[in-house]
Design a protein around this ligand. Structure first.
Ligand code: S3P
Length: 447
């Protein structure tokens, strides 16, 4: 089991640094790492994964899949071999399944077990235990999932998967790739056609990987222009060799670092540019960023780029509500960019940020306001009045949220006064090695 990390000794002080230089490689994508492990575990035969992200969240998914019977060997370079159990082959776990901080593991694995006859108790850390699970439980109850014990429909949750799962025809009510994926994973072991309708597009890695693994999946538009995903279940998957591309949401922190720190130039390689994930680069370009694409290549069916980022004078930006699902993991770091920009930025439609690893809506307002940046919320929208500089002198609480910790590091890069971050341990959930890269390019901090 991975230790629950909320160690009060994990505080740091971030100082204004000199200009940033050098080349760094973006760590592997978290969303694809979870999915590749799960689909590998559903094959009969050996799937190999290169460059699996070795972060706490992903390791929690691997550990859960082992408890369901998959044989998974991971070496320290992220090379992984999986001997799977086949669709519907989940074994009854002997212990409770602990998922740490990982909402993706929780929602995806609840989907996976919902159509298999197993009883599972899912547990998580303090942050995960506050996050809403009803978004997956309600549609999966239509499949036949039973809730044996719950805590206001949050973790800890004891669930029994359906003995005779029923295909559903379900239109998503929230734009969430985790909910969509939970329903797709459930459908894999349901005889007949399950239909999932997605009115607002979200990240499409599950669809892409399911095609790669030879699942029977089609995606077409309906008359409203919504994606209609159809999956015929109980079809054998074919083991694959997968090389995981870099995580744009992790790269985003260093891209913004290179932009806001004067006289800096950074090369950032291995950035996946799937359009459902890399929209923040378009947003930064609209703000006046100097981001050049050096090279484009392909990994695991996804476009990947090497980028050159040069410090830029950024301007305020309007981000419309319709853009929010494509920027869902980048708002914290975009708020830092907006703080260093000149002019007013408005981010619309951020209600989903309230139910992330922490309440990121409040995290943005607290992080910026306490650092001397004028920032306020109006309903579900945030307004930031940037004047090109940040005073700092703040104490930021990360509340078990990796992205708050990393965004605060970048905020401190050019702030006039030091910024204290109370607990940086959550960074390991998605980006082990972040602090080493931060210092490698010239960032300063003290433990
Ligand atoms: C993820 C989907 C998003 C995202 C999360 C990873 C995924 O969550 O915020 O970091 O891998 O499917 P939602 O589905 O809640 O939007």
């Amino acid at each position: 089991m991975i230790m629950q990390l909320n160690n009060k000794n994990n505080a740091v002080i971030v100082y204004q640094s000199n200009s940033l230089h050098g080349a760094i490689r973006t760590p592997s994508d978290k969303s694809i790492s979870h999915r590749a492990l799960i689909l590998g575990a559903l094959c009969l035969g050996e799937t190999t994964i290169k460059n699996l992200l070795l972060s706490e969240d992903v390791i929690n998914t691997a550990e859960a899949l082992r408890q369901f019977g998959a044989n998974i060997i991971i070496n320290k370079d992220g090379e992984c071999k999986i001997c799977g159990i086949g669709i519907g082959g989940l074994l009854q776990p002997e212990k409770n399944i602990y998922l740490g901080n990982s909402g993706t593991s929780a929602r995806l694995l609840i989907g996976l077990m919902s159509s298999c006859e197993v009883v599972v108790k899912f547990e998580g850390d303090e942050s995960l235990s506050k996050r809403p699970m009803d978004r997956v439980l309600s549609p999966l109850q239509k499949v036949g999932l039973e809730i044996l014990e719950d805590n206001d429909r949050k973790l800890p949750l004891t669930l029994r998967g359906a003995a005779m799962p029923v295909p559903i025809d379900h239109q998503l009510t929230i734009p969430s790739a985790q909910v969509k994926t939970a329903l797709m994973l459930s459908a894999l072991n349901i005889s007949g056609t399950s239909i999932i309708i997605e009115p607002i597009k979200t990240r499409d890695h599950t669809e892409n990987l399911l095609k790669l693994f030879d699942a029977d999946i089609t995606i077409n538009k309906n008359s409203d222009g919504y994606d209609v995903i159809k999956i015929n279940g109980q079809v054998k998957l074919t083991p694959q060799q997968i090389d995981i591309p870099g995580d744009p949401s992790s790269a985003a922190f260093f891209i913004v670092a290179g932009l806001i720190k004067p006289n800096s130039k950074l090369k950032i390689t291995n950035v996946m540019t799937n359009p459902t994930r890399a929209h923040f680069i378009d947003v930064l370009n609209r703000m006046g960023a100097n981001i050049k694409i050096d090279r484009t290549y392909s990994k695991c069916g996804e476009d990947v780029c090497d980028l050159e980022v040069t410090s830029s004078e950024l301007n305020g930006i309007i981000i419309k509500k319709e853009e929010a699902p494509f920027l869902i993991d980048e708002f914290l770091i975009l708020a830092v960019a907006a703080a260093y920009a000149k002019g007013t930025s408005k981010f619309y439609g951020l209600s989903e940020l309230r139910v992330k690893e922490s309440n990121r809506f409040e995290a943005i307002v607290n992080m910026l306001s306490s650092s001397g940046v004028s920032c306020r919320n109006i309903g579900d929208d945030i307004v930031i009045d940037g004047n090109g500089e940040v005073i700092g002198g703040s104490e930021i609480k990360t509340n078990l949220d990796h992205r708050t910790a990393m965004a605060s590091f970048i905020l401190g890069l050019n702030a006039h006064n030091k910024i204290r971050i109370d607990d940086i341990s959550p960074i390991n959930t998605s980006f082990p090695g972040f602090t080493q890269l931060y210092t490698q390019i010239g960032g300063s901090f003290k433990s």
